[in-house]
Design a protein around this ligand. Structure first.
Ligand code: CA
Ligand code: CA
Length: 202
C-alpha cells in the first residue's frame, strides 16, 4: 500500500524524489503517487507500479526521530526547505549579489555554500532553468574565489560551467548557479534569484 502525509528520506523512489519533502500519497492501493507539498502539481508514480501488492518489495521508510515530520525547518516558515541537516530558501525576486547577501543575513541565514555534489544536486533540482546567487565571490582578489562562510575553496567541491569562471569583461566577481545548474561568474550587480541557507531551528 501507500503512506499518507509522510516525510521522505529519499527512501521511496531513490533519485526521483528530493529528500525530505512532504509527501501526499493519494490512495491506499494500486499505484502510489508522491507529490511535494511545495509544488503539489508535481508528482511521481511509484517505481513499483505494475507489480502486484504481494510482490511489491517492502521499501524501508526511515523517519529521523529528531525531525518534525511535517516542517523540519519550523512550522512558521514553510518557505524554508529542508535538506541534509539545513534549511534553504529559494528567493522569488531578483536582485544584485550584495542585496541578496544582505537579504539572507536579514533572515538569519547566508547565501548557500555548495560544498558537495549532494547539495549541488538538491540546489540544481530546485533552481532548474533559472539563475540563483550562491555565496561565492572573488571580489577581494581576482581569481581567488572565496566562500562566504570561510569554507576553503581550493580543497572543496566545485561545479563550474565549461569555460567558467572567465571573468568576462574583467568584471565578473560573483557566482551564480546557471540555468543548467552549473556555476558561472557574472558581474555582482547582475540581478537574479538567490539561495539562502541556515541551520535547523532548535
Ligand atoms: Ca572575477
Ligand atoms: Ca562568466
Amino acid at each position: 500500500g501507500c503512506w499518507k502525509n509522510k516525510t521522505s528520506t529519499q527512501a521511496i523512489t531513490g533519485q526521483l524524489l528530493p529528500p525530505l519533502w512532504q509527501l501526499n500519497v493519494q490512495q491506499a492501493s494500486g499505484p502510489c503517487h508522491f507529490c511535494t507539498s511545495l509544488a503539489p502539481e508535481r508528482c511521481w508514480e511509484n517505481h513499483l507500479v505494475g507489480m502486484s501488492p504481494a510482490r511489491r518489495p517492502m521499501i524501508p521508510l526511515i523517519f529521523p526521530p529528531l525531525l518534525s515530520p511535517v516542517f523540519p525547518c519550523g512550522p512558521g516558515s514553510r518557505e524554508w526547505e529542508y535538506f541534509d541537516g539545513k534549511c534553504y530558501y529559494f528567493s522569488l525576486t531578483r536582485m544584485s549579489w550584495y542585496k541578496a547577501k544582505a537579504q539572507c543575513e536579514e533572515m538569519h541565514s547566508q547565501l548557500a555554500v555548495i560544498n558537495s555534489y549532494a547539495k549541488q544536486n538538491f540546489v540544481m533540482f530546485r533552481t532548474r532553468n533559472e539563475r540563483f546567487w550562491i555565496g561565492l565571490t572573488d571580489e577581494n582578489s581576482e581569481g581567488e574565489w572565496e566562500w562566504i562562510d570561510g569554507t576553503d575553496y581550493r580543497t572543496t567541491f566545485t561545479f563550474w560551467k565549461e569555460g567558467e569562471p572567465n571573468n568576462s569583461g574583467s568584471n565578473e566577481d560573483c557566482a551564480h548557479v546557471w540555468i543548467s545548474g552549473k556555476w558561472n561568474d557574472v558581474y555582482c550587480t547582475y540581478e537574479c534569484y538567490y539561495v539562502c541557507e541556515k541551520p535547523l531551528p532548535n
